[in-house]
Design a protein around this ligand. Structure first.
Ligand code: GTP
Ligand code: MG
Length: 368
């Protein structure tokens, strides 16, 4: 799936900056292009990898270029004034080969939480392709943050075609601040987003009769889905075997570069697929949800073609259908012939129950 990614505000910009780095490292060209949009020129300057002409400031009269300091109202005023200019800055990104627009934002931020829905709305006036938002939920128990985040979440719900949630609270370890943990939080999120988008761009493998995911399947899973969350797990293959290093490397080479599935132990491959899928589902999701409240899911199995055993994938899908009480499940492979890693990504969507949203709602009620 080819996407145009737009980061709005500090968190959005940093996550998209990181996505740009992930994209440059992958073989699959899933990112048409990307940009960051912020009221804070210093934050834009501090990004690491996005080229300078892909960083855009707005609202400098309202904010002196320092950001809004968590003030949604001034971000909304700024974007109302500069709606056209911001859209014009984004326009060149949305080329005809783009399947979807991905906005990324920290919901509790003044800029991110205030301006993102307005930007989505301005883009939806022009483009008919889906617009999704990757929405970061605030950590902690601050009532103002909860109020702002829930307001932003609901405004976005009315504007975008689906939101993939990331819950900072779930991913911070105790005592850590978001600033300290930002690199690792953003790395976690970006690995999952990159795998999802890259899967939708994978081409059919000649070696095995694999089914790949195409962009329309991701779109069908995400669209009209309210909230979505991502699970992920990966496992190095075969590293627990052998005695000497060269031994292991030789064996890995002969196994991973081989096209024939009979070069690998099928039981081992079956177990690897099964275990990695279960970990992807049971380990921490980008935002925790009640699994049976999801109404559809999409799984991506990535690894050397010979390891992606049809039976294991089909049985895995059946297991997941049971777990979720039979919603719609799509599945596909992303063959990576030159890697010694198996990974599984699961996109759950149409979720109606998320404990963190209930917590934030409670904080909102307490604030009233
Ligand atoms: N996951 C993640 N969360 C972040 C990051 N930076 C900030 N956040 C969180 O995202 C929310 C919004 O913060 P920012 O993105 O800095 O705010 P902003 O959109 O720039 O808005 P203002 O600076 O208030 O105008 C807060 O809840 C932060 O804790 C980041 O790099 N990664
Ligand atoms: Mg900011």
């Amino acid at each position: 799936m080819r996407v145009a990614a737009i980061g709005i505000g500090g968190a959005g910009g940093r996550i998209v900056d990181r996505l740009w780095r992930d994209y440059e490292r992958r073989e699959t060209a899933y990112l048409g292009t990307a940009c960051a949009v912020d009221t804070d020129t210093q934050a834009l300057n501090r990004l690491n990898t996005l080229p300078g002409d892909q960083r855009h400031s707005f609202g400098l009269l309202e904010t002196d270029g320092d950001g809004t300091d968590r003030d949604r109202t001034s971000a909304i005023a700024a974007i109302e004034d500069e709606r056209r200019e911001v859209r014009r800055a984004i326009d060149p990104l949305v080329t005809s080969d783009i399947d979807a627009i991905i906005l990324v934002t920290g919901l509790a931020g003044g800029t991110g939480g205030g301006a993102t829905a307005q930007i989505a709305d301005a883009l939806a006036e022009i483009y008919t392709i889906p617009i999704y938002c990757v929405s970061v939920l605030p950590a902690g128990w601050d009532e103002k943050e909860a109020v702002d985040a829930m307001r932003a979440l609901k405004t976005l719900e009315a504007t975008v075609d689906g939101q993939i949630l990331f819950d900072n609270e779930a991913w911070l370890t105790s005592g850590q601040t978001v600033d300290e943990a930002a690199e690792s939080l953003n790395g976690t999120l970006v690995t999952r987003l990159g795998t999802l988008f890259a899967a939708g761009e994978a081409t059919e493998s000649k070696s095995v009769g694999q089914s790949v995911v195409d962009a329309s399947e991701i779109i069908n899973t995400l669209s009209d889905s309210r909230f979505a969350t991502l699970g992920y797990a990966s496992q190095e293959l075969g590293t627990d075997e052998g005695t000497g290093e060269s031994n292991v490397i030789d064996r890995l080479r002969s196994r991973f570069f081989a096209d024939e599935s009979d070069d690998i132990d099928e039981i081992e491959a079956y177990d690897a697929v099964e275990t990695t899928l279960r970990r992807a589902v049971r380990d921490k999701l980008t935002a925790e949800c009640t699994l049976d409240s999801a109404d559809s899911a999409l799984t991506v199995f990535a690894g050397p073609p010979a390891w992606l055993l049809r039976d294991a994938v089909t049985d895995g899908q059946r297991w997941l259908a049971d777990e979720l009480q039979s919603p719609e499940i799509r599945s596909g492979d992303m063959p990576t012939p030159d890697q010694s890693k198996l990974s599984v990504l699961v996109l759950f969507s149409g979720i109606t129950e998320m404990p963190r949203l209930t917590e934030l709602e409670t904080l909102v009620e307490e604030a009233q």
